[in-house]
Design a protein around this ligand. Structure first.
Ligand SMILES: Cc1cc2nc3c(=O)[nH]c(=O)nc-3n(C[C@H](O)[C@H](O)[C@H](O)COP(=O)(O)OP(=O)(O)OC[C@H]3O[C@@H](n4cnc5c(N)ncnc54)[C@H](O)[C@@H]3O)c2cc1C
Ligand code: SF4
Ligand code: SF4
Length: 420
């Protein structure tokens, strides 16, 4: 007997308070049901640091669960109605209203940074929208995905002293083309981490800053997929007691536009290396361009070009339930759809996002976003898939919390039903 079952066995006989939700319910409803999107929110939110990352890259219990319910409540595939973390176009919302099922939120101990503004145009809360790329090789870095805008923003923020570090992804030292979470604290470290990795990194589980030499009140940027921003927004809006993870340190969120992410082993090792015979050490870039998954070698020659749907089996099943292609809760969203090759599309949603973008302006060529309708079209398609896959209504104005019992009622009998 091991892991969660051993710990559960140890706890037999411990009286269960009413309304408690335990880690094993998160495991049953999300992880074992193959719906986990590997955002790491459950690791970050656990007040007793009872959740870690298992050898399979998924959340795992590392010590006794106290049944505090928080991992369930804050999981974007569990109790969190993730769309309530979106910034409402044209408004300045505070934390979304509603009572948690197993208690009430604690007092806010830092200002919630959700602050919309400007009229939305179907792309979510929007102050500005741009196409941009790093100007004249100012980055001096070897690898960026599109216009190198995310790297430029982070370098500018670090050099100006606006942030003390940026949680990004960098290449694993041991597994080719696997992104792992990394807290970059210098411009050079940021430059080394450019480019996209098509796997989730359990990023928010990396917000335990105790091993780092940082100021007492550090200020961090987080670059992540929209679901990771959802977790941050919810944890900042409801500052329930937490363990070692410093969610309050996050002062800037940059979402990478995202319709789906993949399982590393299934995509890179099985589909690309084994089935298509690609040596991953020779790969220079991987991208999804106009519905095609393209792999280039280091000299820029194409190794693979196939419709992305050919790789659907390697995608995370939980991504089907996601209607947040545009990262509607982030300070800034950056993607490539809507701009020419070599440029990034930038959606500036909040004051913090506008400040960060302005700070990098002397490093960027900036022009009007040429094709916002392309972003809106892909967003509409993404939402259609999500509405079909979710077993509940997609409702940004709904109650933020979904109880485990409600979840079971909605999902049972489906191919996404709780397991065990
Ligand atoms: C899984 C995934 C799916 C995407 N799907 C789309 C899409 O469908 N349409 C679209 O327009 N854009 C998509 N993007 C975004 C796009 O690939 C680029 O990341 C974006 O355009 C920014 O490019 P850039 O050159 O400005 O960034 P860069 O300057 O290259 O910087 C990218 C930053 O993102 C960080 N990063 C890379 N991968 C990850 C990751 N997995 N998790 C957390 N941080 C990471 C890097 O460390 C780096 O700091 C996706 C990105 C990812 C990771
Ligand atoms: S989706 Fe995120 S919060 Fe939910 S179980 Fe997976 S890693 Fe944890
Ligand atoms: S599609 Fe949605 S759930 Fe999946 S990785 Fe992207 S943002 Fe997260």
């Amino acid at each position: 007997m091991s892991g969660v079952f051993a710990i559960r066995q140890e706890m037999n006989g411990v009286a269960e308070a009413p309304d408690k939700t335990w880690f094993w319910e998160l495991a049953s409803g999300v992880i074992d049901a193959d719906r986990c999107i590997r955002c790491g929110t459950c690791v970050a939110v656990c007040p007793s640091d009872s959740i870690g990352v298992g050898g399979d890259g998924l959340p795992a219990l590392v010590k006794m669960c106290t049944g505090c319910s928080l991992c369930w409540d804050f999981c974007p595939r569990g109790g969190l109605r993730y769309e309530t973390t979106w910034i409402e176009p044209g408004s300045h919302p505070a934390a979304p209203p509603g009572a948690r099922p197993a208690g009430t939120p604690g007092d806010l101990d830092f200002p919630v940074r959700i602050s919309g503004g400007g009229a939305g145009d179907g792309l979510g809360a929007l102050r500005e929208s741009w196409a941009a790329r790093s100007a004249g090789g100012a980055l001096g870095g070897p690898r960026v995905q599109d216009g190198g805008v995310v790297t430029a923003l982070l370098v500018a923020a670090l050099e100006a002293g606006d942030i003390d570090g940026a949680l990004v992804a960098r290449a694993s030292a041991t597994e080719a083309w696997k992104g792992v979470p990394y807290l970059a604290r210098t411009p050079d470290e940021v430059r080394e981490c450019g480019g996209s990795f098509y796997n989730q990194t359990m990023a928010l589980g990396h917000l335990d800053l105790s091993g780092y030499d940082l100021p007492a009140h550090p200020r961090l940027a987080v670059v992540g997929t929209p679901c990771e921003v959802q977790g941050i927004r919810a944890m900042q809006a409801y500052p329930w007691p937490r363990g070692s993870h410093r969610v309050e340190a996050v002062v800037l969120t940059i979402a990478l536009a995202c319709t789906k992410s993949f399982d590393y082993e299934a995509l890179m090792l099985d589909e690309i290396a084994r089935r298509r015979g690609v040596d991953l050490d020779e790969v220079g870039k991987l991208d999804v361009v106009r519905g095609q998954l393209v792999v280039w070698d280091r000299e820029g020659s194409e190794l693979v070009r196939e419709p992305v749907k050919a790789f659907h089996g390697a995608a995370l099943k939980g991504c089907d339930e996601c209607a947040d292609f545009l990262g509607r809760g982030a300070d800034l969203t950056v993607g490539n759809v809507g701009s020419p090759d070599g440029w990034s599309s930038v959606l500036v949603r909040t004051a913090a996002g506008a400040e960060a973008f302005a700070r990098a302006s002397d490093r960027l060529e900036v022009g009007p976003l040429p094709d916002p309708a392309a972003l809106a079209r892909l967003d509409a398609h993404d939402r259609k898939v999500a509405v079909r896959s979710l077993r509940r209504e997609l409702d940004p104005d709904g109650a933020p919390w979904i109880t485990y019992t409600e979840h079971v009622g909605a999902y049972e009998g489906s191919d996404r039903a709780p397991v065990g």
